[in-house]
Design a protein around this ligand. Structure first.
Ligand SMILES: NC(=O)c1ccc[n+]([C@@H]2O[C@H](COP(=O)([O-])OP(=O)(O)OC[C@H]3O[C@@H](n4cnc5c(N)ncnc54)[C@H](O)[C@@H]3O)[C@@H](O)[C@H]2O)c1
Ligand SMILES: [Zn+2]
Ligand SMILES: [Zn+2]
Length: 345
């Protein structure tokens, strides 16, 4: 089969690779039909994710058709159309029983990281019963690709951890697919203000279409002062960090108001200063989270009912043979206006 293989920082190649087989009784092998690229794949290529070693097939998102199942799989059969969760979960360990699937002792975020991923013709999914979701009859498969990672991530790590509430003020630093997923799902709770921050005016225009009340380009002027001005000098109730660089986490510390929450989503590859000398008295909370994907079934219903239009996030489509172009397009989003790119297999 064909697969996109990581070759170390800056290196990746579309190569011939052995097709995966069922290794453990709970495994399923899925024939991929659609996958996509995540900001986290770009972090891997920058060398920010040391657990992902050269030789690994990249990708942790997508939909497909079950090809084979192990003897322990009871919920799926060959031929079933499935949504793949970026998080593999056994459903039985202490962490899984607490709903913290991201820390499953034999799963978590392993796909396209510690085991081969979804940017390939086939992928082996461990703990298939609790890591795959059946695709409802008549569902739009492209839209469902947004449920493997970005919608649950924006919602769980940003909106739920950030305690977004009716009437509150929210700033989302980073208007990439993850920040936009947080913007879409924050609106379930009717916050009074959602201020989107990015360096890219195109992404800020998209944010306005998606429901942002204000947008700020942090490349120009003083974004912290502008956000303070928009919130009567107080700062925001919820500051969601959706970039993964020191500057964006520092900005969140500058804009969080008393009693507020900084909800970090970004994958950080570098140390960042925490200004406790200023924040110790501000009654704030800081949360971090690797997405658990516990909300995927709920979010699937909101996509199915069109409460949120997940397809708005899709800007480009490529074939697997063109995956290097897909990465180039996604990696140069300011020029190409890419959000999520779909790779058809
Ligand atoms: N916690 C999790 O479980 C989890 C899951 C998935 C992704 N992530 C992470 O979420 C982050 C966002 O993912 P994405 O796919 O949207 O990435 P992306 O790279 O497409 O988007 C990041 C956006 O941030 C903007 N940006 C860069 N520097 C900025 C700055 N200083 N101030 C404001 N904006 C700035 C960029 O212009 C871009 O639009 C990444 O770090 C990704 O690895 C975390
Ligand atoms: Zn991801
Ligand atoms: Zn587990």
């Amino acid at each position: 089969m064909k697969a996109l293989v990581y070759g170390g920082p800056g290196e990746k190649a579309l190569e011939e690779h052995d097709k995966p087989t069922v290794r453990d009784p709970g495994d399923a092998v899925v024939r991929m039909t659609r996958t996509t690229i995540c900001g986290t794949d770009l972090h891997i290529l920058k060398g920010d994710v040391p657990t992902c070693t050269p030789g690994r097939i990249l990708g942790h998102e997508g939909v497909g058709v079950v090809d084979q199942v192990g003897p322990g799989v009871t919920a799926f059969r060959p031929g079933d159309r499935v949504l793949i969760s970026c998080i593999s979960a056994c459903g039985k360990c202490d962490y899984c029983r607490r709903g913290m699937y991201s820390h499953c002792t034999t799963g978590g975020w392993i796909l396209g990281n510690q085991i081969d991923g979804t940017q390939a013709e086939y992928v082996r999914i461990p703990h298939a019963d609790t890591s795959l979701y059946p695709i409802p009859e008549g569902a739009d498969e492209e839209a469902l690709v947004m449920l493997s990672d970005i919608l649950p991530t924006g919602f769980e790590c940003g909106v739920l951890n950030g305690k977004v509430q009716p009437g509150c003020s929210v700033a989302i630093v980073g208007s990439g697919p993850i920040g936009l997923a947080a913007l879409l799902t924050a609106q379930f709770y009717s916050p009074a203000e959602i201020i989107m921050v990015d360096l890219d005016d195109n992404r800020l225009q998209v944010a306005t279409r998606f429901g942002a009340t204000h947008t700020i380009n942090s490349a120009t002027g003083d974004p912290a002062a502008q956000i303070k001005a928009l919130t009567g000098g107080r700062g925001v109730d919820t500051a969601i960090e959706a970039v993964g660089v020191p500057a964006s986490f520092l900005l969140c510390q500058d804009i969080v108001g008393p009693g507020g929450v900084i909800a970090n989503i970004g994958v950080h590859g570098m140390k960042v200063d925490l200004h406790l000398e200023r924040l110790w008295s501000q009654n704030i909370s800081i949360t971090t989270r690797l997405v658990d994907t516990v909300t995927t079934p709920m979010l699937l219903k909101t996509v199915q009912s069109k409460a949120i239009d997940a397809k708005l996030l899709i800007t480009h489509r490529f074939k697997l043979d063109e995956i290097q172009d897909a990465y180039a397009t996604f990696g140069r989003a300011a020029e190409t206006h890419a959000l999520k790119v779909i790779i058809e297999i």
